[in-house]
Design a protein around this ligand. Structure first.
Ligand SMILES: NC(=O)c1ccc[n+]([C@@H]2O[C@H](COP(=O)([O-])OP(=O)(O)OC[C@H]3O[C@@H](n4cnc5c(N)ncnc54)[C@H](O)[C@@H]3O)[C@@H](O)[C@H]2O)c1
Length: 423
């Protein structure tokens, strides 16, 4: 029997993958509503495949808020959130409470696997307490991509095991024997830093390509071609080079701040990450800046009606954490109330929570609005008739609109397609 604490993207990835490998699972969360939903066969996050796996294996999983049900588990995964504080440090309240409760409730000899992202030093501190309580600790960073949580949990690109105890390592090796991928064993600090280094590198790639894209607009280059050419170099490789309005979500934003803060506090600041963060903050608002330039100020938008296309932080997710669209809407609503939102991935509850008008049909909506602000890759826009775009101002923050549609528009701005004639 394994225990999993924290039933978000990471926790439900762990639950569904271990159910697939025929383990029994006790799944714990403090959020009573989440537990109720899971017991009723409702998935509280938007991820493909997970619900099917949970339903197929419902006889082998128990959902509860009660940590005492973890008694009897040989292994307990900690997957709770580790959000940011205002000063960029990591808020450890949730994980500290979780670890204390685990140490008080589980049996001696239990292995605690920390999957939450924690800064260098945290696992070592927990391992000392665990040793006193007769338990073991390892840190195994999670690298899943939202939108692919099940696939990445069952078939990860690599498994990293931060372990400083032979017995703990023996239990992990047995537990993960069915997983077929590279496995790297290292000490706590290296595993913790590897997670931050990976996310910070990906975030830095995004800020880098965004600056190249902004420059492409200036010099008449096409960023899509520039990117394709770069990616043909095996030393550069493919991925995370899509220009746009920057990164949001529950990981990159906080993980860049956390690494910079810790490195600065310890006297070895990783300054390139600070620039990544600053660039991302600027990049987030490029569509509103362009809109402001077009109208000589957002206060002159007058009766122009605006449709915000894509609200979640990325196209294949309904996650609204650090949504770039919502950050922009907060600015926009200071100047106009003539706007509505379109995002087919958001559930009824999300739409009810947000105090904005939503449109459900993209084609009908476009007919009614003068300006489109595109924040995520809603590919369905290219299934719509060309003529729909004739009188529109489109500010395309993800370069999703096809060239022929972009050229039809009254005005189309994109992130680095500087060679499109009308731009
Ligand atoms: N989301 C990702 O793509 C991703 C990828 C890799 C790593 N991570 C890291 O994994 C961790 C979890 O991320 P997430 O996106 O799954 O978070 P999440 O917010 O989706 O889920 C966290 C869950 O933990 C629960 N929780 C909080 N405190 C608890 C407690 N004391 N006891 C029991 N449950 C508790 C919350 O109610 C919530 O359901 C974070 O540290 C994150 O940085 C996330």
């Amino acid at each position: 029997m394994i225990g999993v604490i924290g039933l978000g993207y990471v926790g439900l990835g762990v639950v569904s993958s271990f159910l697939t490998f025929k383990h029994d699972v006790t799944a714990i969360d403090i959020d009573e509503e989440k537990i109720k939903q899971l017991k009723n066969g409702i998935l509280p996050i938007s991820e493909p495949h997970i619900l099917e796996v949970l339903n197929e294996n419902k006889n082998r999983v128990i959902y509860s808020h009660d940590y005492s049900l973890l008694k009897g588990c040989e292994v307990v995964f900690v997957c709770v959130n580790t959000p940011e504080n205002k000063d960029w440090s990591v808020n450890l309240d949730a994980i500290n409470k979780c670890v204390d409760d685990v140490l008080n409730k589980v049996d001696k000899g239990t292995l605690i696997i920390i999957k939450s992202t924690v800064l260098v030093g945290y696992t070592s501190m927990v391992a000392k307490k665990a040793k006193e309580a007769g338990m073991y600790v390892v840190f195994m960073p999670e690298f899943l991509r939202q939108g692919h949580a099940y696939q990445d949990s069952i078939s990860p690109s690599r498994i990293v095991i931060g372990a400083e105890d032979d017995k703990a390592l023996e239990i992990v090796n047995k537990l993960y024997s069915s997983f077929d991928c590279p496995k790297v064993v290292t000490n706590f600090a290296s595993a913790e830093l590897a997670k931050y280094a990976s996310n910070n590198f990906l975030a830095t790639k995004i800020s880098f390509i965004n600056q190249i894209a902004n420059f492409s607009n200036v010099v008449g280059a096409n960023i899509q071609d520039v990117k394709d050419i770069m990616e043909l170099d095996p030393r550069i490789g493919k991925g995370s080079l899509n220009p746009g309005v920057g990164f949001g979500g529950g990981c990159f934003v906080k993980d860049t701040k956390a690494l910079y803060k810790q490195s600065e506090d310890l006297g070895s600041p990783i300054t390139i990450v600070k620039e990544t963060i600053n660039q991302n903050e600027k990049q987030k608002y490029i569509l509103l800046n362009e809109l402001s330039n077009l109208f000589n100020g957002l206060e002159y938008l007058k009766d122009n009606k605006i449709l915000v296309v894509g609200v979640s932080f990325k196209a294949n997710s309904a996650d609204l954490r650090n949504s770039i669209a919502l950050d922009n809407i907060k600015v926009l609503e200071r100047f106009t109330n003539k706007f509505a939102l379109y995002d087919p991935l958001l559930g009824k509850e999300d739409k009810k929570r947000l105090p904005y008008k939503f449109e459900d049909n993209l084609e009908n909506a476009i007919k009614l609005y003068d300006i489109l602000l595109i924040f995520t890759e809603r590919e369905e826009i290219n299934d719509l008739p060309l003529d729909l775009f004739k009188d529109k101002i489109v500010l395309d923050g993800r370069n999703v609109l096809s060239d022929d549609r972009a050229l039809k528009c009254k005005h189309c701005f994109s992130v680095g397609r500087g060679d499109l004639k009308k731009i």
